[in-house]
Structure formats: C-alpha cells, structure tokens
Design a protein around this ligand. Structure first.
Ligand code: AMP
Ligand code: MG
Length: 358
C-alpha cells in the first residue's frame, strides 16, 4: 500500500539511552558504545552538550550529513558545526590556525565557543560546510559528548537537535518531541547546562568577528585577545549576516511572541487588553517579577540576579507555551550585558524582531 510505504521512508526506529553525565568512565557504558557504532554506520544520533542537545553525524560522510538536514528540515545553505574531542582531530580538518585562535582554544576549550577556521580541503563532506572553504569547529565541555565523539573516532557534525525554526532542545524530551521516529537514537544525559548555543567567532579575519553571540561572552573573549568585532547583522537587524544560519527565523514558539520594553504595569495592561479580546495570554518574565503579573500562563526561566539561569531555562520556557496552547506571548526584556546578549539575540529572533516600547 502506497501510504504505508511512504510512512516507512519517514519513520525509523529511535533508540533511547539514558546515561549519567557525572560518571567519569562513561566510555565503559554500553549505551555510548552503541550510539557511537550507529554514528560510524552513518546514522544520526542526538546527544547532550553543555549548550543544547546536538544531532550528530559522521562529518566525513555525505550520506550521514544529508540525514541531519532531512531530519531537521534544515536549509542546506546553513553549514554545521563540527564537534571534536582532541587536538589531533582539529589538525585533521583545519589549516592555518592563527595564534589568536590557539589562545582562545587554550582559554575556552572544551567549552561553548565555536571557531571558524580555514578548512583542509577534502577532509569533510561538502554538505557540512555548505560549500564554504571555512569550517566551524568546537570541542564541547560535556563528558557524554566527548566520550561519544572519542568512541566513534570521527569528527561529528552536529547542529541543534530540533526541528528547524523551533527552540533548541535543552532536555532529551525536547528532542523526542521534535525528532522521534526520524533519527536513529537519542542519548539522554539530563538537562544541558548553558542553555543557549555556542558563540560563533570568525577567526579568518585579522580581528575576529562574533557571528553569533552565545555561551562565551564578548567580554570574556576580549580579556584573552583584546578587541573583537561583532557582525553588524545581529546588532543592526537590516544587514545580511555572515553566518548563513543567522538569517533564518529561529527559536520560535507556535504563538506570536512580542517583546515588551516597559514597566510591569504597562505589560499587565497589554495582557489585560488581549484577555478582554478573549485571547489566552502567555508571559515570559524574570522570576523576581513573576508574582506581579496575572496572565493565563506565566513562565519564569530564571533570575535577573543571575542571568545564566535565564539562559539555561529559556528554550524550555518557550516550548512550554506550545504545550499550553496560548494565543499570544508577551516577554519582558533582559539586560544585554554578558550572557544577556545571547539571551536577547535569541528572544529577538523568536519574536521575529517584534518589540513594543512603552
Ligand atoms: P547551529 O548548528 O544551529 O548551532 O548553527 C551553527 C551556526 O554557525 C549557524 O548560524 C551557521 O550558519 C554558522 N556557521 C557554521 N559554519 C560556518 C562557516 N563556515 N562560516 C560561517 N558561519 C558558519
Ligand atoms: Mg540550531
């Protein structure tokens, strides 16, 4: 029957492995080894990193990388970050590592910093870099991720393990919600830590340029290498971004999200107006302000006193609004210093740049 045949093409068996990220000798875990075998067989497997869950594939295999783009519905002009676990893996795939990049690796690897470097030709599937002569590389700071990469013996191309356009996954449940039946397996290592993706830094120019703000802040980078530039496209919204992926709508919940810069009473007034029109209204607020509001569904991902808590809870907060089917979501804005720059970058994208100012 035609219909069933079509289903078979789309639906694959998705294995689930639960692992403990705090145990050192993870490599002994049969689950990690089984997941690594699937990667070596050019299947795609989701795994936790310290930023968000990644959807991993053998970066040398066109077949494996194609599966990543298909499972996510990702546009194929949007290149993938290659995840490595050792210096020797780095040297296999890049050339001309500038001294500044070496300093940054010493300071922030393993960690949430992705460096754009010159690619060694012919070492990766062309689809990984979308035909560019550069490659984005990162060494994740997560025992499960690193053991999985080591056990596979491969450089692992891994974008976030969500359906393209949706908020990135910070729990294995988020990956299941988006990709169950579309990928070979999910390694569940519990909640990720940082909660927003890595900082993407282009190191191919004399002065490095931040293409995407993320887990390592501009201030942290500058303490190591002095001034860095920012891609104007994420600062000023009307210019074309240098990271191909930054031009796409991202991180968006199903209901329209509108950022509001104003006092609590002003935000409450907006909520009241929408509710009077019969809408179910969601609100994303700092935990300090949560009790000040009345709405149909309020999520407080974290505290203004510690913005890293907002980052780690942000995507789960956005996904919760989908579960409760609100009609519209208002969000407070957050200070843009430190990790706040990545938080506001993701919120602005999730809102399609819609902002109301009092
Ligand atoms: P994701 O895989 O969803 O975390 O996104 C990775 C980000 O890095 C996207 O915005 C990509 O466009 C960007 N990126 C990956 N490789 C390159 C590259 N070689 N040059 C510029 N940007 C890149
Ligand atoms: Mg992504």
């Amino acid at each position: 029957m035609k219909c069933e045949d079509e289903m078979k093409v789309l639906v694959v068996e998705t294995k689930l492995w639960i692992v403990d990220k705090n145990v050192d000798n993870i490599q002994s875990y049969p689950q990690i080894i089984e997941a690594a075998h699937l990667l070596a067989k050019n299947e795609v497997v989701a795994f936790p990193t310290e930023t968000v869950y990644g959807l991993g594939a053998n970066a040398r295999s066109e077949e494996a990388v194609k599966k990543v783009f298909e499972a996510k519905g990702r546009p194929n002009d949007n290149p993938l970050i290659v995840h490595i676990a050792s210096q020797s893996q780095l040297e296999e795939i890049v050339m001309d590592i500038p001294p500044i990049a070496k300093q940054l690796m010493d300071a922030f690897w393993p960690g949430p910093l992705t460096l754009i470097l010159k690619q060694k030709p012919g070492t990766l599937a062309a689809a990984v870099t979308a035909g560019l002569d550069t490659v984005a590389v990162r060494m994740p700071d997560h025992a499960v991720a690193r053991q999985l990469i080591e056990a596979s013996g491969l450089p692992i191309a891994a974008p976030s393990a969500n359906t393209s356009g949706k908020p990135s996954p910070t729990l294995a449940k988020h990956v299941q919600d988006d990709l169950y039946g579309r990928i070979a397996g999910i390694v569940d290592g519990g909640p990720t830590g940082v909660g927003v993706e890595s900082t993407v830094l282009d190191c191919t120019e004399d002065i490095p340029i931040i293409l995407r703000p993320g887990g390592v802040t501009k201030e942290q980078l500058e303490t190591i290498i002095g001034p860095v530039k920012e891609d104007r496209a994420f600062v000023k919204k009307d210019e074309a971004p240098k990271a191909p992926g930054m031009k796409y709508t991202h991180y968006a919940p199903k209901a329209p999200l509108i950022l509001v810069k104003g006092e609590n009473a002003f935000i409450q007034q907006l909520i009241n107006e929408r509710r009077a029109e019969g809408m179910k209204v969601g609100l994303l607020a700092a935990s300090e302000h949560q009790a000040l509001y009345e709405a149909d569904y309020i999520v407080a991902p974290g505290s203004l006193a510690e913005l890293s808590t907002v980052a780690s809870g942000l995507y789960d907060a956005l996904r919760q609004f989908d579960d409760v089917h609100v009609d519209i979501i208002y969000s407070e804005v957050f200070p843009e210093a430190g990790i706040g720059q990545a938080i506001m970058n993701r919120l602005c994208k999730a809102a399609g740049q819609q902002m109301i100012e009092q």
